[in-house]
Design a protein around this ligand. Structure first.
Ligand SMILES: Cc1ncc(COP(=O)(O)O)c(C=O)c1O
Length: 387
């Protein structure tokens, strides 16, 4: 990795964004330093080289996710853009009164595009509830899927609850009822390599920057059974098959949903990051992260911190009794430990749990027990000051 102490601080905010491997930086450097060209438009040799590198990168991304074909991967700015794209591209699939179901634990990125679509088109937005442990209540969720349901949008790993959900039963019911399914994999893809053919959702979104890759690049996977439903959401260069002054038709996926010059460097560097990840021992990483997570949870319990839900993966949100989360995060920051405080882009979830905010500690594959030791020393010192 390039940097583990960021501005002299121990990085415990990887759920927001991850530090980068050298392989990613080298790919960016190599792309820009060897002469650039745009993709999918020029016949000259640099243009052919650029198009080939870009499409090879799409292929690497598809293979990493076990998508059946690179043509199922639409490149976007990230998870937020992927879900907004969908909420526009699928707009023609809804009748007034149709239901959209979203998890109570969703990040704003997987709530607000659907909320706004529902408001524009008079749809019913229904919220899949959490159980008493703060986990998604899968049984109630299954009961809520019915004949009026048209779309299910849900995340297998929340950026607040840190609790992994097995979405298989919900996705299966959605398939049986021909309900469109959208999986927000922004956190999940970092801690469990996705197998999109096995998951068998209609759509899946994630962001490179959380996966140790560059900013401003991400993807939307679209299952081929749904390609025909997707209408272009942006129009412009290189996405059209034909146009005249008064009409236009779009190319098939993925290019038909990628208007304008894409993030070529980011795509290539993202693929290089996935190649780097591919060479690491994923079992060893999983065990390492699980052991660190246990240390984190045990340490928080030992200090009687109030955990938000029952986190089992990669992160924990908590509060110290009687202490504002922002005050605690500031005191931790002053002692060289970078954690995040607030509502974590999940305001409705925090409100439903009657919380104004929470401190979040989140782990990446580069963290170690010493990082947590520094965190706990800083936490103890902060709690003493606040007492
Ligand atoms: C679960 C989840 N979904 C979506 C997003 C949005 O990701 P991005 O900001 O990369 O679009 C995040 C970011 O924190 C997230 O944690």
């Amino acid at each position: 990795m390039l940097q583990l102490a960021v501005d002299g601080q121990t990085w415990l905010d990887s759920a927001a964004t991850a530090q980068k491997p050298r392989a990613m930086l080298e790919a960016l450097q190599q792309w820009y330093a060897s002469g650039v060209a745009n993709v999918h438009r020029a016949q000259h040799r640099p243009g052919e080289r650029a198009t080939s590198a870009f499409e090879q990168a799409r292929g690497t991304i598809a293979r990493w996710l076990n998508a059946a074909s690179a043509s199922h991967i639409v490149l976007t700015k990230g998870t937020t853009e992927s879900i907004n794209l969908l909420a526009h591209a699928l707009a023609g699939q809804f009748q007034p009164g149709d239901e959209i179901l979203v998890g109570a634990h969703e990040h704003h990125a997987n709530l607000l595009p659907w909320q706004q679509l529902a408001r524009r088109q008079n749809l019913a937005l229904r919220i899949l509830p959490l159980d008493t442990t703060g986990a998604l209540d899968l049984e109630k969720g299954l009961d809520m899927l019915g004949p009026r349901s048209r779309l299910l949008a849900v995340s297998p790993l929340s950026n607040v609850l840190g609790r992994r959900h097995d979405l298989a039963p919900l996705l299966q019911r959605a398939r049986e009822l021909d309900v469109l399914s959208v999986v927000d994999g922004a956190q999940y893809a970092v801690h469990q390599r996705p197998d999109l053919q096995q998951l068998d959702a209609d759509f899946f979104a994630c962001s490179a920057h959380k996966l140790y890759g560059p900013d401003g690049i991400g993807l939307l996977y679209a299952h081929p059974r749904r390609h025909a439903l997707l209408q272009p959401w942006q129009w412009g260069g290189e996405m059209i098959e034909h146009c005249d002054y008064h009409s236009a038709s779009a190319r098939p996926l993925p290019l038909g949903l990628e208007a304008g010059t894409p993030n070529i460097a980011g795509t290539i560097a993202f693929a290089a990051t996935l190649d780097w990840l591919d060479k690491l021992d994923s079992n060893a990483i999983r065990q390492h992260e699980a052991a660190l997570h246990r240390l984190l949870i045990d340490g928080l319990h030992a200090r009687d911190m109030q955990l938000v839900g029952q986190p089992d993966t990669a992160l924990a949100c908590f509060n110290a009794p009687g202490v504002h989360s922002a005050d605690l995060a500031m005191l931790l920051g002053e002692q060289g430990v970078a954690v995040r405080a607030g509502q974590h882009c999940a305001m409705p979830l925090l409100h439903s749990l009657r919380l104004g905010g929470a401190v979040r500690v989140s782990l990446g594959l580069y963290n170690d027990a010493e990082d947590l030791q520094r965190f706990f020393e800083a936490l103890d010192a902060a709690l003493e000051i606040l007492a």
